[in-house]
Design a protein around this ligand. Structure first.
Ligand SMILES: C[S@@+](CC[C@H](N)C(=O)[O-])C[C@H]1O[C@@H](n2cnc3c(N)ncnc32)[C@H](O)[C@@H]1O
Ligand code: SF4
Ligand code: SF4
Length: 402
């Protein structure tokens, strides 16, 4: 789901059935109201929580590599419970990431705590898939204790066996990751609230291999979604963030590089667009637009829609630091606010950061999809293409919120 929870629980589907002039007028009016409500939020609806700095891989492309295995203190389960308690709205989605999230022995308890204390509806966890037993045991425990929670495990696999093992610098990584995926897909058969996907980050190391890799995954794991990420970092696909608030998280460009947007465009047209087909046409169109917008931003470095980071979206790091998004710096620390997220979110530091990030743009996929779900032009496009199936016209503008 996501995309602002399918524009407030499928209201968009009803509107999209109307004739075009009526539909567009309806979307404009409804979205103005949604944006007003969004601007009044006291705490975000989406949080990315880095549960650990530990990792058992050393991937060439990792933007978080400098933080890994430093032994710095991490938020405890109790502190996370306090954070969950302090949120003023139930989270639509929390992404638990790191590091390798399943290295936290209490990962299942963290999920259960957010679901039970805050009413969090969806949890997404990206994982390198190395620790099959831990992943499977944690997933089973969560599904048993939280029958209403929607859990999505994304197993990161960047290419075929040899490439993946070399890229992640772990012998046997591919076999372990695919074994985790296999066992998760078996659990999924009896649990409609579990989603499993393969997440592939597109960069110069795997670009040529992707068409065949897509076929391999489709053949071996036909039930798994296959999703794609474009290599990013604070200085890769991020534009206009003032230097004094820019994060330093970046891929190590001595090891890996992005590919030109024209090549990405080709890849999307010939391969990824096909894989992303979905029976929910509006969702599919948002995904398609996300790729088109990313390619356009990489080409023009211009903003296409208003970013909602700092309003609907926030990031918490293992040290308790908070940022409005990954490409920007931590602006305050929960330890200084007694783990009260809502106090921190309304502080002068948060307001300062919101002001500083008014004009930037980036290809960060989570922020993009979240923000696009509040952008009137995008919503209209996503419903139109369902009917016409023509390519989208993308124009860069600084303010497209109606
Ligand atoms: C930072 S990792 C953390 C979770 C887990 N360790 C894993 O690898 O899945 C989350 C996701 O980000 C991807 N990733 C890492 N560095 C990236 C980069 N520079 N650009 C885009 N995606 C990246 C990973 O491949 C993974 O799919
Ligand atoms: S991408 Fe994930 S598995 Fe790879 S080094 Fe980074 S945190 Fe670890
Ligand atoms: S566009 Fe949004 S997510 Fe990207 S850097 Fe700026 S504030 Fe952060």
């Amino acid at each position: 789901m996501a995309v602002a929870t399918q524009i407030e629980e499928n209201g968009l589907k009803v509107l999209s059935a109307l004739p075009k002039p009526l539909r567009n007028a309806g979307i404009r009016t409804a979205n103005k109201f949604r944006v007003m409500q969004m601007n009044r939020l006291k705490t975000p609806l989406y949080i990315t929580l880095y549960v650990t700095n530990y990792c058992n891989a050393k991937c060439d492309h990792c933007f978080y590599w400098e933080e890994l295995n430093t032994g710095k203190p991490e938020l405890s389960l109790e502190e996370m419970k306090q954070i969950a308690k302090s949120l003023k709205h139930p989270l639509r989605t929390i992404m638990l990431t790191g590091g390798e999230p399943f290295l936290r022995k209490d990962i299942a308890d963290i999920i259960i705590a957010f679901h039970k204390i805050n009413g969090t509806r969806r949890v997404t966890i990206p994982s390198n898939g190395i620790n099959t037993d831990r992943i499977v045991n944690a997933v089973k425990k969560v599904l048993e204790e939280c029958p209403k929670l929607f859990l999505h495990i994304q197993i990161s696999i960047d290419g075929p066996r040899e490439m993946h093992d070399k890229f992640r610098r772990v012998p046997g990584c591919y076999d372990k990751a695919t074994e985790s995926l296999r066992q998760l897909l078996a659990i999924k058969k009896a649990n409609k609230n579990l989603a499993c996907s393969v997440m592939t980050t597109v960069c110069n190391a795997n670009f040529e291999l992707i068409p065949d890799f897509v076929k391999l995954i489709k053949t071996e794991f036909p039930e798994a979604m296959h999703k794609f990420n474009i290599l990013r970092g604070s200085h890769l696909g991020t534009y206009g963030v003032p230097e004094d608030v820019a994060s330093t998280l970046d891929a190590d460009l001595k090891k890996v590089d992005s590919i030109p947007p024209e090549k990405l465009e080709e890849l999307f047209k010939n391969v990824i667009g096909e894989v992303s087909k979905n029976k929910d046409k509006i969702w599919q169109n948002f995904q398609k637009l996300k790729w088109q917008y990313s390619i356009e931003m990489l080409k023009t470095e211009k903003r296409i829609f208003d970013c909602t980071a700092g309003r609907t979206f926030g990031v918490i790091y293992p040290n308790g630091g908070v940022s409005v998004c990954e490409p920007t710096k931590q602006f305050a620390n929960l330890h200084d606010f007694n783990m009260d997220f809502s106090e921190l979110w309304k502080s002068q530091y948060a307001n300062h950061m919101r002001a500083k990030t008014r004009d930037c743009n980036c290809i960060h996929p989570c922020n993009m999809l979240d923000s696009m779900g509040y952008d009137t032009n995008t919503i209209i496009k996503a419903t139109e293409v369902e009917k016409t199936n023509t390519p989208f016209a993308v124009t860069s503008t600084n303010n497209v919120i109606a």
